[in-house]
Design a protein around this ligand. Structure first.
Ligand code: GDP
Ligand code: MN
Length: 338
């Protein structure tokens, strides 16, 4: 990994070979994609879909982030397939390394133990840095500073229907803060102490928690964590929310507790618990109409929502229908507004 200073990070190459002026109203937003050079082919496949289903009419910019420098080939091949400006950024070392209060021997023992227990990504060190970065840092990368809205995309995901309106503008005009397509229950062995650590934070910071929140979405009938979370490989959200003092205080509290390294806390439950604490149901939107696949799960629009969008996704495979026990989406829908 290359050690990068902030100057190196903002001295990026902007590829804007064939960027057209948007012909429609647009807001201050960007796609944000954390990825590796080796994911070039699957990312190109995804971006070709995103462009033809949506962005060829809007030309929203892209921010690509990596803990290692992107290769010239990567930059050229990506810029070639999209219609928006491309910003390629290197992640500062202090956002992708161990804080000094982390005991690295303990972290390595935890990885060994979780690998032996066959916990998904349990033995992976890079996955932990990734989850911590997506939880607390991507929105603080200098390349993100000028944007208000982000749409997270990952290599390999599929967009199976036309998106015939601007989801960013939808968020802005309807005063939403966080949008998702899929929500499911987390593997508890990856986050044994995340809930208790979160409850401790809430007790210490009662002043930060609004009365009308979304805690009901994440709470079971005994008052514990029901493991529900919004799947963070797709998110359309407010950067101001993630950059807010309260969200940063929450992230910091979690980071100091060490569970990103001693356990394997995912960015999805972390974002979701932040959303549940600080936002309310009206702030959150299910993009039911966006045909979206991230292995192995689908969100596929049904009925009227499926019409006139050239959808090829299987409606009955949509996870909230296919596996009601694993999905949390219909429970979200059933919550009453504050
Ligand atoms: P999963 O969806 O939980 O199975 O995890 P992924 O492998 O899809 O990783 C989540 C996101 O982080 C994807 O966008 C990956 O491209 C990215 N990612 C994962 N590990 C790394 C890494 O070590 N370096 C970089 N630059 N990106 C990573
Ligand atoms: Mn993924």
């Amino acid at each position: 990994g290359a050690a990068a200073t902030i100057t190196e990070i903002v001295k990026e190459t902007v590829y804007a070979a064939d960027v057209k002026e948007p012909v429609v109203e647009r807001t201050n937003a960007a796609f944000v994609i954390l990825t590796r050079n080796k994911e070039l082919d699957s990312l190109r496949e995804t971006l070709a879909q995103l462009e033809s289903r949506f962005n060829h009419r809007y030309h929203y910019p892209y921010v690509f982030l990596n803990n290692e420098p992107f290769s010239d080939k990567f930059k050229e091949k990506i810029a070639d397939i999209v219609s928006g400006e491309c910003h390629f950024g290197l992640i500062p070392t202090e956002h992708w390394s161990y804080p000094d209060y982390i005991n690295q021997t303990r972290a390595s023992e935890a990885r060994k133990d979780m690998a032996e227990r066959k916990i998904i990504y349990g033995g992976s060190e890079s996955y932990r840095h990734m989850c911590r970065y997506e939880s607390g840092f991507f929105f603080r990368h200098p390349l993100m500073d000028k944007f208000k809205w982000y749409w997270r995309v990952e290599p390999g995901v599929k967009f199976a229907c036309d998106i015939d309106y601007d989801p960013f503008l939808f968020m802005e005009k309807n005063n939403k803060k966080y949008g998702f397509t899929i929500s499911i229950k987390e593997y508890i062995l990856t986050i044994p102490t995340l809930w208790d650590t979160t409850v401790d934070f809430m007790k210490e910071h009662k002043d930060m928690i609004p009365e009308k929140n979304l805690m009901e979405f994440v709470t079971d009938d005994k008052g514990g964590y029901n493991r529900c979370h919004f799947w963070s490989n797709f998110e359309i959200g407010s950067l101001d929310f993630l950059r807010s003092e309260k969200y940063l205080a929450y992230f910091d509290h979690l980071d100091r507790a060490g569970g990103f390294f001693y356990e394997r806390w995912g960015d999805a439950p972390v974002h979701s618990l932040g959303v549940a604490m600080f936002l309310n149901k009206n702030d959150v939107h299910w993009f039911e109409d966006i045909g979206y696949y991230h292995g192995p799960l689908w969100n596929c629009p049904k009925g009227e929502l499926n019409k006139n969008k050239k959808c090829w996704c299987p409606e009955e495979e949509s996870i909230e229908i296919k596996n009601k026990a694993w999905s949390c989406t219909l429970d979200f829908v059933a919550l009453s507004n504050p």
